[in-house]
Ligand binder design. Structure first.
Ligand code: CTP
Length: 408
């Protein structure tokens, strides 16, 4: 989607560089519109490099394409960060003598502002009245937070952190089509202990499952993310008020947690990479060379968690599995996937081709999504977030089709 980020002249402008980066990373086309004053804090080359789009501040640039209105007309969302007392006052009054002003006036898109100013300016009745006017018009206001301000003062007036502003911006863009649904998503990879210090594991980082969970929360679902050995920085992407994280280590633990959490869920997504086998015995003490060493490990099979969830589900629960394949051809990929879908009894299957270089530990993914009848309902080659969005589109379609079927 098209996001315009308006930057007004405050020291917090440097934090908006990170905000722009996060919005671009989430797959959006971002155009930065700094005021002249803002360029004294962060220059145009920085905004252009980070947003990957040209930056202009003047209404007289690119007149042929009527840039001063086109930007606003084409925007799906406008974020003003930092929003200084001056910019807020101009917005309230509808003043349009710079590109940000004309862009705002020419737009019907939702607007989010992140105020940043000195405490006295924030508390001034003029600013408070202007903010109240903007709120009345439907402008979303996030912050300011309390904390240290430029010059050593402290109090309300500090712009919120870029991550928080980006989350709020993305939430405004997301459709709320999963509102009222309770979903459970597993992510990561299980570790099957051998002894207190060693395990058999896999290369799954949990990024794809975390993206699936975060996208569901953005679209209004109540989400439980069951994380199997997902690193803290990866879990960061799952911060959301309606998302709860539960941890599980081994396949047995993951199975037990999933069975509990899946009760009463509308949708269950098994994105975690589960070990098919575990060591037959787990030593209480570290296995050492002195105690005889280990040259072979006897394995026993783990239960198929998703097959069990599909078998025991309550009517109306949609179950989604993932499949990572290393096929020799495209036909083989789809054939294997369809067999897996049937064997596990799941509604939807997300298939991705993996290899030494593909699929794991990266932000990108290429997948096919199989619908109930095994037909490919979506093909995505993009960010893990884009894959997550396509997955929920497919789930929403399947749930709607069920509801229509039940109504007849
Ligand atoms: N899965 C599971 N429990 C297991 C193994 C896998 O719930 N013990 C789930 C995974 O979470 C994933 C799906 O099953 O959603 C597919 O996993 P995959 O490893 O591709 O399938 P396998 O059943 O292991 O088949 P194969 O080894 O033949 O590819």
């Amino acid at each position: 989607m098209n996001i315009v980020v308006g930057v007004s002249g405050g020291i917090a402008a440097y934090k908006s560089v990170q905000l722009v980066r996060l919005l671009v990373k989430a797959g959006h086309d971002v155009t930065v519109v700094p005021t002249d004053d803002a360029l004294r804090f962060v220059g145009a080359p920085t905004w252009e490099a980070i947003s990957r789009n040209p930056v202009t501040t003047s209404v007289h640039d690119d007149v042929a394409r009527v840039r001063h209105v086109a930007l606003g007309q084409g925007a799906d969302l406008i974020v003003v960060a930092p929003a200084t007392a001056n910019t807020i006052a101009r917005m309230a009054a509808g003043i349009a003598d710079n590109l940000l002003g004309t862009t705002l006036l020419a737009s019907v898109a939702p607007v989010l502002i992140a105020p940043a100013m000195h405490t006295e300016m924030w508390r001034h009745p003029a600013t408070q009245a202007n903010v109240a006017t903007l709120r009345q018009r439907g402008v979303h206001v996030i912050g300011p937070g309390e904390g240290e301000l430029a010059g050593g003062d402290s109090g309300p007036g500090r712009m919120l952190e870029p991550e928080e502003i980006a989350d709020a911006a993305l939430a405004l863009l997301a459709p709320r089509d999963l509102e009222g649904l309770r979903v459970v998503v597993s992510a990561g990879g299980t570790r099957e202990p051998l002894d207190p210090v060693r395990y058999l594991g896999n290369r799954s980082s949990g990024r794809q499952g975390v993206a699936v969970a975060a996208e569901a929360a953005l679209r209004g679902a109540d989400v439980t993310l069951v994380a199997a050995n997902v690193a803290g920085d990866v879990l960061q992407a799952a911060r959301h008020p309606s998302l709860r994280v539960v941890h599980a280590g081994s396949a047995a633990e993951l199975g037990a947690v999933m069975r509990t959490e899946a009760q009463g869920a509308d949708v269950v997504v098994m994105a975690a990479a589960v070990a098919d086998y575990r060591p037959a015995t787990v030593s209480d003490r570290k296995l050492t060379k002195e105690s005889g060493g280990v040259t072979a490990i006897e394995l026993v099979e783990n239960e198929d968690i998703v097959a069990g969830l599909a078998r025991d589900r309550a009517p109306g629960t949609t179950v989604v599995a993932f499949a990572a394949e290393t096929p020799r051809s495209d036909e083989e990929l789809l054939e294997r996937a369809r067999r897996k879908q049937q064997r596990k009894g799941v509604d939807l299957l997300v298939v991705n081709e993996v290899g030494w270089e593909r699929g794991f530990e990266s932000a990108e993914n290429a997948v096919r999504i199989l619908g109930r009848d095994g037909a490919v309902v979506a093909s995505v080659d993009g960010s893990k977030r884009a894959v997550a969005a396509a997955l929920w589109d497919a789930v929403a379609d399947a749930v709607t089709a069920d509801a229509e079927h039940d109504a007849h």
